[in-house]
Structure formats: structure tokens, C-alpha cells
Ligand binder design. Structure first.
Ligand SMILES: *Cc1c(COP(=O)(O)O)cnc(C)c1O
Length: 369
């Protein structure tokens, strides 16, 4: 049985809400949306069964799902998701960034979790339908966006352990304010020596809720040590850098080489990561994708061999890292300034997304037409 979607695109039914959030309330929310707290008036739903494939694609009023307590996702975590942003450009048009990459990654994640794959065409169309209906929810202004969260869940009423024969795709949207409320500020990162996020042959390369569930306890440890995020080591040796909880990691050497761990199957291959590699090469920087020992990073931050460290992901785009901490000590300085290359790469990438820098690679995709 193949579970890829039929080649013909699905047609979306549109049922608009009769009780939209008032303009006043929406404006109030958009003035200070923070992150992931408020949701727009509509959502996308597409059902899937093993017999019928994907069907009943629809835009519907945002609201609670009804599900059976025996629904598979509630028991075995068979779930995958994506995260991307819609940006309002100065002329009012609405765009997103490399969404076909999110479509492909969702397909890869779904394969790994034995969920059905949604075609790239249907994925892109779902975003266009949602954002067109909720266009008024896309904030304008620097560092603001509408965060889009597509996801697939197993939804069969069955608690035996096997891939579900009923699943559903949803997409919801949530306005997002600046990731850094007071301008881009370097963070401290906690190196977890006890926990790892992914092992060989595991689900590290899939964007799945379970990976996040297992990162919450180490994340607590990071926070209680004054750190924003966790840096995980590889599960096998505990000595190599894997990635930062929900972001990929890079550093710059004194010789101006940008280094990041390779896409070895345990890290989640970020679209921001891939874009930063491309932009860095466009600017003439050498980029090395290679294994990095945690000791190399710590020693380099102390000796000055490593001059800049940052993490990449859709939410914060590029987050500068000033300091590493672990149970064994601290490296770098918590109040280090943002590095020049870090800032240039961030300005370039956010500039492309905002429509004020040339989109040389054809990364932007229009959502509102
Ligand atoms: C989503 C995610 C990233 C970043 O990916 P982007 O496509 O750049 O947003 C990195 N690590 C993990 C574990 C992730 O889930």
C-alpha cells in the first residue's frame, strides 16, 4: 500500500466563522501577541483514512477538536508538525519563506512516524487558504509575523500498537511578536551531560512532538541554571555536539570558517540552517559541516579560536550564543556582544524575509493571491 497523496490536488471547502474575533480585540492582540498564545479565526482540517486517502479538505472556524479517548495519538505520540511564518511586506502583500522545504520535511517526518504523507501541493494550498482567510491577522512591522503550525496526528480509535489507519492534518495560525523583546541579545546555553535528544536510528531527524516531550526535563535544568536552551551531545559518545533543543548550532573560527555539525540523521535539518549555509557561502565564507567535540567548542570560546557562536531556527531566526555552561563550568562571557558575522547573516536573512533584501534564491512564496 502506498500512502502518498493522489496527484490531483484536493479542493478545499470554505466555511467561514460566524463569530470572528472583534477588530478591537484583534488589534489589541496584534499590538502585543507574544508567542503561541492567541489563534486566528480559522483553521485547516484534512482527514485521512487508509481506504480513502486524504479527503474532506476544509477551512473551518478555529475551535476544539472532538476526539475519542482511545485516539492513537493520545497514547503513543504518533504526531508530526511543522513551523513557518507568514510575513507582511511594506506594500501589504503576504509571503512565506521556503514552504516547499517544510512540505518535504513534513513528508519525511510522516514517513518516520508511519503517518500518511501530504503532497507538497496540498500542503502549500492549505497555507494559502488559511492565510487568505485570516490575512487581517498577519501583523506588520519588523520582527512580527503570523506563525503557522501545520501538523498530522494519528486519530484512529484503537489502542493496539500499529500505525493508525485514520489520521488528520490540521493547520492553525498564531500571531507572533519579536523573539527578542529588547533587541537581539546573546543567550547562555546549558550543555546537558545527562540527557540526549536523539540516538542512532531514532527520530531525531523527524519533527515530532515526542522529541520535544523528552527535551522538557533538560530544558528545566537549563532554565534553573540561568540558560535559555539546552545543547545536546550525541547519544553514543556524549562528546560531540548534536543540536540545541529546537535550534541548530553554528560557530565561526578565527580563520573565518563557519562550522556546523553535519546532517547525520540525529539532528533536525533546519531550513534556517540550510539558508544560513547558503547565505554564508554567497558572502564568500567557507562553511564546514563536520563533527565538533563539545570540548573543541568550549576550549575555542575560552582561547579566542572561536569568535562567534549562534543557533538557528524559524522562531528566533539567528540567536547569538554568548556563553556555554554545564555542571563542569562556564565558557565564554554572558555579556558578550553580538558578533559581526552573526549580525550580518541575521540582517540578510530577515531582510529577505521582510522583502527589503534581494531574494536571489527564489525563497519567498506569496500567500495572499
Ligand atoms: C524545527 C527545529 C529546528 C529548526 O528548524 P527550522 O526549519 O530552521 O525552523 C531545529 N531543531 C529542532 C529539533 C527542530 O524541531
Amino acid at each position: 500500500m502506498t500512502i502518498t497523496a493522489a496527484a490531483a490536488p484536493i479542493a478545499f471547502q470554505r466555511r467561514l466563522t460566524e463569530t470572528p474575533i472583534s477588530v478591537e480585540t484583534r488589534e489589541h492582540i496584534l499590538a502585543d501577541p507574544s508567542f503561541g498564545r492567541y489563534f486566528t479565526d480559522h483553521m485547516i482540517a484534512i482527514d485521512w483514512t487508509a481506504d480513502r486517502g486524504w479527503h474532506d479538505a476544509r477551512l473551518q472556524p478555529y475551535g476544539p477538536l472532538t476526539m475519542d479517548p482511545a485516539s492513537a495519538v493520545l497514547h503513543y505520540g504518533q504526531e508530526v508538525f511543522e513551523g513557518l511564518k507568514a510575513f507582511r511586506h511594506a506594500d501589504g502583500s503576504i509571503w512565506t519563506f521556503r514552504p516547499e522545504q517544510n512540505a518535504a520535511r513534513l513528508q519525511g517526518s510522516a514517513r518516520r512516524l508511519a503517518l500518511p504523507e501530504l503532497s507538497t501541493t496540498d500542503f502549500l494550498e492549505s497555507l494559502r487558504v488559511l492565510v487568505s482567510a485570516d490575512a487581517a491577522w498577519v501583523p506588520s512591522g519588523a520582527e512580527r509575523s503570523l506563525y503557522l503550525r501545520p501538523f498530522i496526528i494519528a486519530n484512529e480509535t484503537f489502542i493496539g500498537v500499529r500505525p493508525a489507519r485514520v489520521a488528520a492534518y490540521y493547520a492553525i495560525a498564531s500571531p507572533a511578536g519579536p523573539y527578542f523583546e529588547e533587541g537581539v541579545k546573546p543567550v547562555s546555553i546549558w550543555v546537558s551531560t545527562e540527557f540526549s535528544r536523539a540516538g542512532r536510528g531514532g527520530t531525531g531527524a523527524a519533527k515530532s512532538g515526542g522529541n520535544y516531550a523528552s527535551s522538557l526535563l533538560p530544558q528545566n535544568e537549563a532554565q534553573s541554571n540561568g540558560c535559555a536552551q539546552v545543547l545536546f551531545a550525541d547519544a553514543e559518545t556524549g562528546t560531540r555536539i548534536d543540536e540545541v533543543g529546537s535550534m541548530n548550532i553554528f560557530f565561526l573560527t578565527r580563520e573565518n570558517v563557519l562550522v556546523t555539525p553535519p546532517a547525520s540523521g540525529s539532528i533536525l535539518e533546519g531550513i534556517t540552517r540550510d539558508s544560513v549555509i547558503q547565505i554564508a557561502r554567497d558572502r564568500g565564507l567557507r562553511v564546514d559541516e563536520r563533527d565538533v567535540l563539545i570540548a573543541e567548542l568550549c576550549d575555542g570560546m575560552t582561547s579566542g579560536e572561536i569568535t562567534e557562536v549562534f543557533a538557528t531556527g524559524t522562531a528566533g531566526v539567528i540567536t547569538p550564543i554568548a556563553q556555554l555552561k554545564s555542571r563542569e563550568g562556564a565558557w565564554g562571557s554572558a555579556d558578550a556582544a553580538v558578533g559581526d558575522v552573526t549580525r550580518e547573516l541575521r540582517d540578510e536573512l530577515t531582510g529577505i524575509q521582510r522583502g527589503h533584501r534581494a531574494d536571489r534564491h527564489g525563497w519567498m512564496w506569496r500567500l495572499d493571491e
